[in-house]
Ligand binder design. Structure first.
Ligand code: PGA
Length: 222
């Protein structure tokens, strides 16, 4: 079942202590409650349960996602978090982010991670760097994230991102989002034509709660 769009993901990456995440949530949650779409926060794994508890205690519509999962099922894999361990905690998981591919050599295991997530009913947000990238079966959400745009202040053009989204949608019934240097100033131009279904906001503009709130306030289709 697909979520209301636009779909906005905040990927906090390896940033913030729990106190900082908590303060960030305090500021962002009230804006999410009035947002006409779906907002997902992806904090670092140690803070997932505390974030969940906070969201539940406020009966918030903010959704929770993990930044990564193991290619393995549960077992003797020190340091790993298996998809099945996230059941009841997260609804989403980012899979195949270019930083995982670049720094952790994860090009070939993203497929297995997506399969594991699906088995546990956690929705993979499957990242591709171009429309040529292979996408596993049964993926519903695809994030187009060209590496040149991530964390650089040099976003892809809305026109190019939209035409890639259009072509991806000929290959499957995907919700397609764009990630890479999205800001409050440019977010609307990505969503305007209703071809892209949302955006993924990384460290550049999600860490400062005010900047992220401005993105939410600008992220409307009309
Ligand atoms: P950015 O990151 O918003 O900092 O460019 C995007 C991403 O990691 O997907």
């Amino acid at each position: 079942m697909s979520e209301p769009i636009p779909l906005i993901i905040a990927n906090l990456k390896a940033n913030k202590t729990w106190d900082e995440v908590s303060a960030w949530l305090d500021k962002v949650i009230p804006v999410v409650e009035t947002f006409d779409g779906t907002v997902v926060v992806c904090p670092s794994s140690p803070f997932l349960v505390s974030t969940l508890q906070k969201l539940q205690s406020l009966n918030s519509k903010f959704k929770l996602g993990c930044q990564d999962i193991s290619k393995f099922e549960q077992g003797a894999y020190t340091g790993e978090v298996a998809a099945s361990q996230l059941v009841g905690i997260c609804q989403y998981v980012i899979v195949g982010h270019s930083e995982r591919r670049q720094y952790f050599g994860e090009d070939t295991i993203a497929f297995q991670k997506a399969i594991n997530a699906k088995k546990s009913n956690i929705e993979p947000i499957y990242c591709v760097q171009s429309e040529q990238d292979q996408i596993p079966d049964n993926i519903r959400i695809v994030a187009y994230e060209p590496t040149f745009a991530i964390g650089t202040g040099n976003p892809d053009t809305p026109q190019n991102a939209q035409s890639i989204a259009e072509r991806l949608k000929t290959k499957g019934e995907y919700t397609v989002i764009y990630g890479g240097s999205v800001s409050a100033d440019n977010v609307k131009s990505y969503l305007l034509k209703e071809v892209l279904d949302g955006v993924l906001i990384g460290a550049t503009n999600s860490l400062d709660p005010q900047k992220f709130i401005e993105i939410l306030n600008s992220a409307k289709y009309q």
